[in-house]
Design a protein around this ligand. Structure first.
Ligand code: ADP
Length: 513
């Protein structure tokens, strides 16, 4: 007989609101390196607006501690494999969502990026850091941390939290688990020696569990063990079932396909709203789109570009990694420079080679290209508000948030038709224009020529006499990508996960041991 497990569902017994423990390694505005933080900072709020009892748990990075003060130590715990006592600090996200910070200073109290040192290299003890975090989350989820609260479901996000469903899988009366893939490219892979040192159950060293081609894969903890798996757009949910996008995990994902769903990310219109955004010089909305140019002029002044309200300004913001296709933007730069009256603004940080190449481009063409290397949340808002077009030639894009911000800010997106970009931007084909549904320019292959053809189409469209361009941008501004619809999808999935737990993938193996 395989071992059986029961998932606790408090709500079905007493009609109390569903209790969700939401966990991630980052959440805006406490700590952010990318889109995961935007989601983890806004989805819990949207869920709580539906009446759910949602609590968020994050590692206690210095920024997170500082930005969520006042905090109170509510309990302390010990976890296997880590010698120090871990304090659990409690605060509030957005003044209302209970927030637990897992405070283990020797693991998380480090300057800079949560995952890498100052030179961009992964911290060598990331395995220990995130298994200890996962063990702390599991402890809270089982109420072993004695917080007097027990969730019905734990919602885990990306590899840093991947071991939570695995750790919970063998627990009697465990909560249900959902694992969301924000980017399958990041997996948390460690060698066998590290696996041994982390004191994980030996039966996890199995291809049905964490083992992945001789390595221990943290993300597999979520993919194999969670009751449900979601990813952040319907198109990406299909793409990751293929060899081209699956990173060797496509077989496992196909196996889990009946419990895998794409739920498009929403965005927080309280933070990203050009009509009220405190970070931008000139507010505007669909009725005052004509004022948007003031943001362009102010950004040109700020970044030292020639001040021309009639310039066609292209923007790009993002992590400088191969995925995002910034090299393709550099490839089409000569075409942009040849086209009179165009300007390009780029904000990003990451690969030293790309940073160098971008610096060079701005030095060569100071009157056309402005580059800001670094991370600047406020500047990101000002670029969205100022740009006529936003370039997003990502080679793959699980959901992508910048194109959604761009739509809202009337910065018409030019995107590669992949993942969430395919689900959110509708190409300016004659038919789509006639139907009034076009919102941007899409292209099918992530290469220089295809991107350039899309850029050319945008330039030609911008030069059309009349109000064509304004209508296109305003159509984008009217799209609604708020969390409401997506949060409802999550509610349905939470309930399914609670009502019908998935079998433990290694139950047979565990029994034999
Ligand atoms: P990803 O999660 O792959 O990085 P997304 O488009 O989903 O990509 O989300 C990126 C988020 O990070 C957006 O909110 C974007 O504005 C922000 N961002 C990325 N790089 C920077 C930067 N250098 N400065 C400010 N914000 C940035």
């Amino acid at each position: 007989m395989p071992l059986s497990f029961k998932v606790v569902n408090m709500s079905s017994h007493n009609n109390a609101p569903l209790k969700i423990l939401f966990t991630a390694s980052e959440a805006h505005p406490l700590i952010k390196t990318g889109g995961l933080a935007d989601v983890a900072g806004s989805l819990p709020i949207a869920l709580s607006n539906f009446g759910l009892d949602v609590r968020l748990v994050l590692p206690a990075y210095p920024d997170a501690i500082q930005r969520s003060a006042p905090l109170q130590e509510v309990t302390s715990i010990r976890v296997p494999g880590f010698t120090e006592t871990i304090r659990i600090l409690e605060g509030r996200l957005a003044g209302r969502i209970p927030l637990y910070l897992v405070d283990a200073p020797s693991l998380f109290n480090r300057p800079g990026n949560p995952y890498t040192d100052a030179s961009g290299k992964n911290w060598s003890d990331n395995g220990l850091r995130f298994i200890s975090f996962c063990r702390a989350v599991a402890s809270i989820a089982l109420n072993h941390a004695e917080l007097g609260w027990r969730p019905d479901l734990v919602h885990c996000n990306d590899w840093q939290t991947g071991l939570v469903p695995a750790l919970l899988s063998s627990e009697w009366n465990r909560p249900a688990t959902l694992f969301t893939i924000h980017n399958l490219a990041y997996q948390g892979l460690y060698d066998e020696e590290t696996f041994q040192s982390l004191r994980l159950p030996p039966e996890f060293w199995n291809p049905a569990a964490l083992e992945f081609h001789g390595h221990c894969s943290f993300i597999k903890g979520g993919l194999a063990f969670a009751d449900w798996v979601t990813t952040v757009s319907p198109t990406y949910a299909l793409e990751i079932l293929t060899k081209a996008f699956g990173y060797g995990l496509e077989g496992l994902l196909q196996h889990r396909a009946s419990r895998l769903k794409g739920v498009l990310n929403g965005i927080d219109y309280a933070i990203w709203n050009p009509a009220s955004d405190p970070a931008i010089p000139q507010h505007f909305d669909t009725n005052s789109f004509n004022l948007k140019y003031i943001n362009k002029v102010r950004l040109q002044q700020e970044l030292g570009l020639p001040v021309k309200e009639g310039a066609f300004l292209f923007g790009h913001i993002g992590r400088l990694v191969e995925q995002k296709g910034v090299d393709l933007i550099l490839d089409v730069l000569p075409g942009l420079i040849r086209t009179p009256n165009t300007q390009l603004v780029i904000l990003g940080s990451g690969s030293p080679e790309l940073e160098k190449a971008l610096h060079q481009a701005s030095k060569q063409h100071p009157d056309r290209v402005a580059v800001f290397i670094g991370y600047d949340e406020q500047l990101a808002h000002r670029i969205e508000a100022a740009s006529d077009c936003f370039l997003m030639p990502s080679r793959f894009e699980p959901c992508g948030l910048n194109q959604l911000y761009s739509l809202r800010y009337g910065a018409v997106p030019i995107v590669h038709r992949t993942g969430g970009l395919n689900d959110t931007v509708i190409d300016v084909s004659p038919r789509n224009l006639l139907d009034g549904i076009a919102t941007g320019f899409t292209f099918d292959t992530p290469d220089k020529n295809s991107l350039w053809r899309a850029v050319e189409r945008a330039i030609q469209f911008k030069n059309r006499p009349g109000v064509w361009w304004d209508n296109l941008a305003i159509n984008g501004m009217k799209q609604n990508f708020s969390w409401d619809t997506s949060a409802r999808h999550y509610l349905d999935i939470y309930q399914e996960a609670i009502d019908s737990p998935a079998p433990n993938p290694i139950a047979d193996i565990t029994e034999r041991i």
